[in-house]
Design a protein. Structure first.
Length: 305
């Protein structure tokens, strides 16, 4: 069994396939213009890549490491966030400037539904752990759109901080974490009451948010300050249990995409402006190395096959 990092180099229009053990790039794949975000299918056989300025979705065959299919639509306008339903049968795509969500049949590659968020700059896709909801941060409207997956329709909007981008539901399926770029904060929202439970200051321009597999930590890369906020989700202090930033690690310049290995022992952070990937030891909460990538790596995924 082999393990790879799939890294999108958004300003050279390529994907780096990096062998995790050797830390070497084994193949570079040319994509359409400006690859930003990606998602690997549940069986590990395919990778979907949103090429934002190319207004296309590229599909990589992970056995060949080649692009074998391209999805287009007239209303793609900076397609960005991607996510798969729990059964893997549908792909959700957020198109930032058309402010719409697209639903793609992963068997036929046909777009089966398109619906607007009616919000400004709908940017990412994040599924709840139970697969029943999708959360879409709207950078220009300072809120999160909630989509019912079964109905494939918008059911609510939640106000958050300024310029939300990073978003994920904790594995407990009760708390939504949101990283707000413009006010440099983390909001933790109770999904039963849709109210803000906690607010935390993080680094400058937080752009992503990823949980460790066990939910113990949330990692938030801060673009302007060039560091990684490590949030312990149930930090105990003076008989209180609450999310708390327990450490902030210096990484490369303009950190973006973050991914864990399946065991949660290592995390990888794509650094846009130093053209590399930081390796984070999650036992010691330290950077232990860097891996070279292409020009301005951003989206990143972990593949086991």
């Amino acid at each position: 069994m082999a393990e790879y990092l799939i890294v999108l180099n958004k300003d050279e229009d390529t994907v780096s396939i990096i062998d995790v053990e050797s830390r070497e790039t084994i193949k570079t794949i040319e994509t359409d213009y400006n690859p930003h975000e990606l998602v690997v299918t549940l069986d590990g056989k395919k990778t979907y890549v949103a090429c934002s300025l190319g207004n296309k979705i590229n599909i990589i065959d992970n056995d060949l490491f080649e692009i074998t299919k391209v999805i287009e639509h007239p209303d793609f306008n900076f397609p960005h966030g991607l996510g798969l339903t729990k059964d893997g049968k549908k792909l959700y795509v957020a198109s930032t400037y058309s402010e719409k969500v697209f639903v793609v049949d992963t068997n036929t590659y046909e777009i089966t539904n398109v619906f607007p968020t009616y919000q400004k700059y709908s940017h990412m896709i994040s599924f709840s752990p139970d697969g029943e909801k999708v959360y879409v941060p709207n950078i220009g409207s300072d809120n999160i759109t909630i989509v019912d997956v079964q109905k494939e329709e918008v059911i609510n909007h939640i106000p958050v901080g300024k310029g939300p981008e990073g978003v994920a539901v904790h594995p407990n399926n009760r708390d939504l974490y949101v990283a707000n770029q413009e006010d440099h904060t983390l909001f933790v929202i109770d999904l039963e009451t849709l109210t803000v439970k906690h607010k935390r200051r993080v680094g400058a321009i937080p752009v992503r948010l990823v949980f460790s597999p066990d939910g113990k930590y949330a990692l938030i890369p801060n673009r302007e300050s060039g560091d990684l906020s490590i949030i312990e989700t149930e930090h105990k202090l003076k008989e209180m249990v609450r999310p708390w930033e327990v450490k902030r690690i210096r990484v490369g310049v303009w950190p973006g995409g973050v991914v864990f290995n399946p065991e949660g022992t290592l995390a990888y952070v794509a650094n846009n402006k130093t053209n590399d990937v930081s390796i984070i030891d999650m036992n010691n909460l330290e950077e232990i190395g860097r891996i070279k990538a292409g020009i301005h790596p951003d989206g990143i995924a972990y593949l086991v096959r």
